[in-house]
Design a protein around this ligand. Structure first.
Ligand code: WTA
Length: 653
């Protein structure tokens, strides 16, 4: 980037902070931030965040010294994030809808104003405090998409406690792992969830997760469906009994900027999911800034992100970013196809959404159902359409733009990760000329570097390589809970002084970025991020399985599918029953959202003579490129490859 336009300081002042209205504004903000990141972010945070003690320092620490401990932002600042998300709005926006909720059944709607939400959060915080929750302690939230899930998150934040939301699709075993890993003493759940006309036994799964050893003292249970649930006296507490009678005033616990706000578990290449830690001041600053900038937020917007609060998108762009900005944020309990594929557009018509944010997988699934489900509803309120979670293929992009947005709306393809906290590479709605399939340009503060895997050198100009980021920004996760070494090893050991994202990426001659997908052993199925190692561990739970290797492969609707190669124990035989059993074990170890698409029995795995599984070969076969395996003569048993290729025939859908 050349600096020739950089002489007008585009500083953020009095609400003008994030006004990026043209590509020149973006360039100016980008260069401004590059030249003086501390000054840039201090201005942004003082503008967007309510501090008790405003910070005077920006970044302390860097990637090169990350082994010694996390870097920090706004080190001398003090705040409570709920004062930005709630209290500051009471005067001017007290009667504005903060949360607009639609339940599983169309038209089942609730609205909480900022005043309602503030009171409800205070009540829940008081109830949790009376149950013994203190600052710094961990709370697992295992709920569906009900307003109380957001209330629970904010109530923890009010007390300076640390929430860890576990997506409601996860199994008892996955929930137990997370409860133990973060040492949670409290769980907040509900009797049952509702989704697509079906109930989800959240309380029963919680009970199962809490069999055996754990440190959980109390379980707070919201009544959603009124279904029968088991009850452990002394441990379980009904939400309505504890919260409804509590006081609607609760003083906010003031914490340091880098106090943890939440832990969110995410899948990586190896081992169990990692609990990434996001902190109060930096995370809130970054999500508030990116939310208003990327989506071109306006005061009367009805903003709808249809993600789940169990994932980072729900944290950053349903709860924290929108509420910090005083927006009306939508929460959706159901699915895009319940009762039919017109559900989203029916809601656009009824609620008048102006900004709509979803995942490419939903766009592809809905496009496959035909345009009539879209065109029969009035979508004239829509202005900005966002996507996130996986690369969007140009066909889906064009359908979203032409059919859903009537060629009139701006599409923002937002690239980011649980680790980045907020949107990192994306168009800025009013400023960036889009290209279908490209996440376009970096946000201020994000310095992408493409590393050439062959030379370990940065690529200058156009080219394709491994996506890294050169400098810390305020929204970046600081560590892995309880295991800082793992954080360093995962993200900072590949390239000295760079954060490695795990994604491949191409930069074109206009300086636009095109994410090509994960280059590690993470698979992205329908926008759900999962580790191949987790699938392998799950399959090994079955006694019949001797070895398993799992890879992703391209899938028309889901983005990626899951292909499992299974070696049976001696004496075991493949059968339909066994196949069903293996599907079940994956579901029970990981969760309902985890499904193997292809289970292929194989006589052995391709290994080098030193015993390393050649995953590259397995990937090629699953991708249908058995003709591109390269040299396999160095394998311990080259004949295994022939059997794998033969066995894969006819399995490619
Ligand atoms: C992928 C979700 C292409 C990417 C917010 C990343 C994307 C992983 C995009 C993070 C996009 C996310 N284009 N790929 N716009 N957005 N990804 O942690 O592979 O669940 O590394 O965060 O999703 O998934 P996560």
């Amino acid at each position: 980037m050349n600096g020739d336009t950089y002489d007008i300081p585009a500083r953020v002042r009095e609400g003008s902070t994030s006004d990026i209205r043209s590509i020149d504004d973006w360039r100016r903000a980008y260069l401004d931030c590059q030249a003086d990141p501390d000054g840039f972010w201090l201005d942004v945070t003082r503008d967007l965040v309510e501090w008790r003690a405003a910070p005077t320092v920006g970044l302390e620490g860097d990637y090169r010294h990350i082994k010694g401990g996390p870097f920090t932002w706004f080190g001398d600042g003090q705040l409570n994030v709920t004062e930005t998300c709630l209290d500051q709005h009471l005067e001017e926006r007290g009667d504005k809808t903060a949360i607009l909720w639609e339940g599983d059944e169309p038209g089942d709607v609730r609205r909480l104003t900022y005043r309602d939400l503030h009171a409800e959060v205070c009540r829940a915080a008081n109830a949790l405090q009376a149950m013994g929750l203190h600052r710094g302690e961990r709370v697992i939230i295992y709920m569906g998409m009900v307003p109380e899930a957001a209330v629970a998150m904010l109530a923890c934040a009010r007390l300076g406690a640390v929430h860890s939301v576990v997506f409601g699709g996860f199994s008892a075993e996955a929930l137990r792992d997370r409860v133990r890993d973060c040492g949670a003493e409290f769980v907040i759940t509900q009797d049952e969830g509702m989704r697509g006309g079906r109930t989800i036994p959240l309380k029963a799964t919680t009970d199962e997760a809490l069999e055996g050893e754990h440190g959980v003292k109390k379980v707070l249970v919201l009544k959603r469906t009124g279904g029968d649930v088991g009850w452990t006296e002394g441990r379980d507490v009904w939400w309505h009994e504890a919260v409804e009678g509590a006081s609607p005033d609760c003083p906010a616990e003031v914490v340091a900027a880098d106090h943890p706000l939440f832990i969110l578990y995410t899948s990586g290449s190896t081992g169990r999911p990692k609990g990434l830690v996001h902190t109060c001041g930096g995370y809130l600053t970054y999500t508030a800034y990116t939310h208003r900038t990327v989506f071109d937020l306006r005061e009367d917007d009805v903003y709808a992100c249809v993600a789940d609060v169990g994932w980072i998108t729900g944290h950053s762009y349903i709860v924290y970013g929108p509420l910090a900005n005083g927006a009306t944020t939508f929460m959706f309990e159901s699915t895009p196809t319940y009762p039919d594929a017109g559900r989203y557009w029916d809601m656009v018509q009824r609620h008048g959404f102006t900004i709509f944010y979803t995942a490419p997988t939903a766009i592809r699934a809905l496009a496959a159902q035909g345009d009539d489900f879209v065109t029969k509803y009035d979508r004239s309120s829509l202005r900005v359409l966002g996507t996130v979670g996986e690369p969007i293929n140009p066909d889906a992009w064009i359908w979203y733009h032409q059919v859903v947005g009537e060629g009139r709306c701006t599409i923002v393809d937002t690239w980011w990760q649980t680790e980045t906290g907020g949107i990192a590479i994306s168009p800025i709605a009013p400023a960036t000329a889009p290209k279908p399939g490209s996440a376009t340009r970096p946000m201020p503060g994000i310095e992408p570097v493409l590393m050439d895997p062959k030379t370990d050198r940065p690529i200058r100009g156009p080219g394709q390589g491994l996506l890294c980021i050169a400098q810390p920004w305020p929204g970046q996760a600081r560590t892995v809970f309880g295991d800082h070494d793992r954080y360093v090893a995962t993200y900072f050991s590949n390239f000295e002084g760079l954060y490695f994202t795990g994604d491949g990426c191409r930069r074109d001659s206009d300086g636009y970025y095109w994410i090509t997908g994960r280059v590690d052993d993470v698979i992205n199925v329908s926008g759900h991020r999962m580790g191949t190692a987790e699938f392998e561990a799950a399959l090994l739970h079955d006694e019949a399985v001797g070895e398993a290797a799992v890879v992703g492969f391209p899938h028309d609707l889901k983005g990626q599918g899951v292909w499992a190669y299974v070696v049976l124990q001696a004496g075991e035989r493949w059968s339909d029953d066994l196949e069903q059993r293996l599907h079940k074990v994956v579901r029970s170890v990981i969760g309902a959202h985890a499904r193997v698409d292809v289970l292929q029995p194989v006589p052995g795995l391709p290994k080098t003579r030193s015993g390393k599984v050649m995953r590259r070969i397995l990937r090629k076969v699953a991708e249908g490129h058995a003709d591109q395996l390269g040299d396999t003569s160095t394998l311990a048993d080259p004949a295994v490859v022939d059997a794998i290729v033969e066995g894969a025939k006819g399995r490619h859908g």
